[in-house]
Write a protein that binds this ligand. Sequence first.
Ligand code: PEP
Ligand code: CO
Length: 450
Amino acid sequence: MKDWSPTSWHGVRAEQQPDWPDPAALDRALKQVGSYPPLIFAGEARSLRAMLAQVAAGNAFLLQAGDCAESFEDFSAVSIREKLRVILQMAVVLTYSLGVPVVKVGRIAGQFAKPRSNPFERIGDVELPSFRGHIVNAPTPTEAARIPDPERLVQAYHQAASTLNLLRAFTKGGFADLGRVHAWTQEFVASSPEGRRYENLAVEIERALRFMRACGVDIEGTHNLHEVDVYTSHEALLLGFEEALTRQDTLTGGWYDCSAHMLWIGERTRQLDGAHVEFLRGVGNPIGCKIGPSMQGGDVLALCEALNPAREPGRLTLITRMGAEQIEGGLRPLLAAVRDAGHPVVWACDPMHGNTTTSVSGRKTRDFDAICAEIDGFVRAHHAEGTWPGGIHVELTGDDVTECTGGADRILDSQLDDRYETVCDPRLNGRQSLDLAFHVAEVFRRSGLV
Ligand code: PEP
Ligand code: CO
């Protein structure tokens, strides 16, 4: 990579960086993180890239999902397991219905830093510096809690490491065995319509496994039926932290950001001449970039050239987040431009961030129907342009929260206060997530894509 080094972003304007009050303390924390082992290794990032190349070619589907912001307070085996369980259930529904491999990438094990539209927020009658994620400051509404604390960078590393450790144990140690699709059925799912749909599908899968066994297929010896690969990702927002975990691969000599398998650039930091594009263009990981409603074909092509000049399939995922109203009309010219220029990108739909509204009670929320409508528009646009709607990117939790309205439970505005637990954006709960997977399956079937 020409004129690039892990520090070449230093001379470039970086949006959304916290005002760390003590530069020496920041430096110490970053040195500490820099001395720690990498969280992932380069070979894994390359494997994910190869799988994403299959998505770009229309032979696989990307499911990227997890928290809006992971919390230092909600950090337990149960919450990690439940999140993983929902992702695996969605993946089973999608694999079975779409008939293609589903590449599973969590917004997990490092998704801590949040960009903010406003550096200040009003809480009651006081104006405070905004909460920027647990890796920076605390959500407690006091002036002191909002001061960026570099020790949090070190804590974030440790939480990411233990989260990843448990994910690896669950995905390789039997929890993800396809023979357990039934066992993943949570109680609340078993008692609901989408739960019964899932049950039916689980029965069909078990029947198919029995059939294959009867035909002499070695089910027990087929590794893919017992273990899954779940990759990690987060928004690469705090460039000092990302730099501290960027290491040179001894095998290839290339640089990899070893804080996660995949990193993405947010809607607020994707300036072509900004530090985030400068930093990420040089690492070998698969990279995502959010694409909001203001983007024109030329802007997207310029990003493709900057982030993937060699046009390597699987390197770049464009994550559109335009809102249900704008997606179809806004996306079509972008699809045409990228297709005609021959850039091999993965197109993924984030149906969350363009559909955030404020409820009557003042809560930030998203309506399940709007989320579905954005996916529908996304699929229609691709169908019209002859491109592959490669994946979805969603914010969810395995917990039974009430943060998004609608869905099978018909969560109402007035119920949002019941279990509104997110530290940032409203997430789909377990039921709504599974419901969404069935919805995606149905849209693909209806449009004749599968
Ligand atoms: C996010 O993914 O949590 C996020 C902040 O998205 P965006 O950059 O698209 O607003
Ligand atoms: Co979010």
